[in-house]
Design a protein around this ligand. Structure first.
Ligand SMILES: NC(=O)c1ccc[n+]([C@@H]2O[C@H](COP(=O)([O-])OP(=O)(O)OC[C@H]3O[C@@H](n4cnc5c(N)ncnc54)[C@H](OP(=O)(O)O)[C@@H]3O)[C@@H](O)[C@H]2O)c1
Length: 242
């Protein structure tokens, strides 16, 4: 994947969900690496830099992105961190009894439908003939093969469906954008508000800081090659099973 050089204009990345734990750390990681960064969020992000353009959006649905898309300069890559595990209305389900329609619908909207619609909207901003990437943060618990514990119905299923949609889009886009990599990356359990309610049972060495996880995600992205498109990747760069 492209890296900044002395001769060329810096590459340009869009980070979506930039106010979240991983989103903010990724903005800082790419600014420190010399990229031009556009950050989309529904909230202000407390980072100031001449290389950062912040855009506050009302939502990530296409009808609320018209202006942001018009103003967006051509991209080298996109990282979407958009995702939800819990909110004021729900926590991950422990069993079938606690399944409810609203939680399933919200999880699929945020974890599955929004990321696919974002990809649809942003493909025209990505190059057809040079290396580029579209990365969505996913989760290992969305792997059907790796599901040994059960529970977390909405989150697991919405991330599994996300992985399927990205794989399907990767196959289609390989025809028109031969050097574009569409990938899902599992960041590892990271100390953010998303993982906060589940941290007490974790060994300390299994909870990573946002800075550490952002560095690992950037490292995976640096090593992406065209034949990685459609894969679900662990933060160490290995391929996870669907
Ligand atoms: N933290 C972990 O341990 C962990 C582990 C595995 C996978 N992940 C994945 O990594 C990604 C980032 O997680 P994080 O830990 O940084 O979580 P986070 O701090 O909660 O950030 C999640 C981001 O998703 C967006 N978002 C949340 N609810 C939304 C909604 N209803 N509508 C639209 N956007 C919404 C927010 O964007 P705004 O900036 O617009 O608010 C927010 O910045 C997620 O996709 C998550 O599933 C995290």
């Amino acid at each position: 994947m492209p890296q900044p050089t002395m001769q060329q204009a810096p590459p340009h990345i869009l980070i979506i969900g930039a106010s979240g734990g991983l989103g903010k750390a990724l903005v800082e990681e790419y600014l420190a690496a010399g990229w031009r960064v556009t950050a989309w969020s529904r909230h202000a992000v407390p980072i100031a830099s001449a290389s950062l353009r912040q855009v506050t959006v009302a939502s990530y649905w296409p009808e609320d992105l018209t202006v942001a898309l018009e103003q967006l300069e051509p991209l080298t890559g996109v990282i979407s961190t958009v995702g939800v595990l819990h909110n004021d209305a729900f926590m991950p389900e422990k069993n079938l009894k606690s399944i409810n329609r609203q939680q399933l619908e919200t999880s699929f909207q945020v974890n599955t439908i929004v990321p696919l619609m974002l990809l649809q909207q942003l493909v025209p901003k990505l190059p057809r003939k040079s290396p580029a990437f579209w990365v969505q943060l996913s989760a290992k618990v969305g792997s059907i093969t790796d599901n040994y514990l059960g529970g977390w119905y909405s989150y697991r299923a919405s991330k599994a469906a996300l992985n399927m949609l990205l794989k399907t889009a990767a196959i289609e886009l390989q025809r028109s954008h031969k050097q574009l990599v569409v990938a899902a990356i599992h960041p590892g359990t990271t100390d953010t508000s998303l993982s906060q309610p589940f941290q007490q049972r974790l060994p300390a060495d299994k909870l990573y800081s946002p800075v550490q996880s952002a560095q690992r995600i950037a490292s995976v992205i640096r090593k992406l090659a065209a034949d990685d498109s459609g894969k679900l990747l662990h933060w160490d760069g290995s391929e996870l099973p669907y």
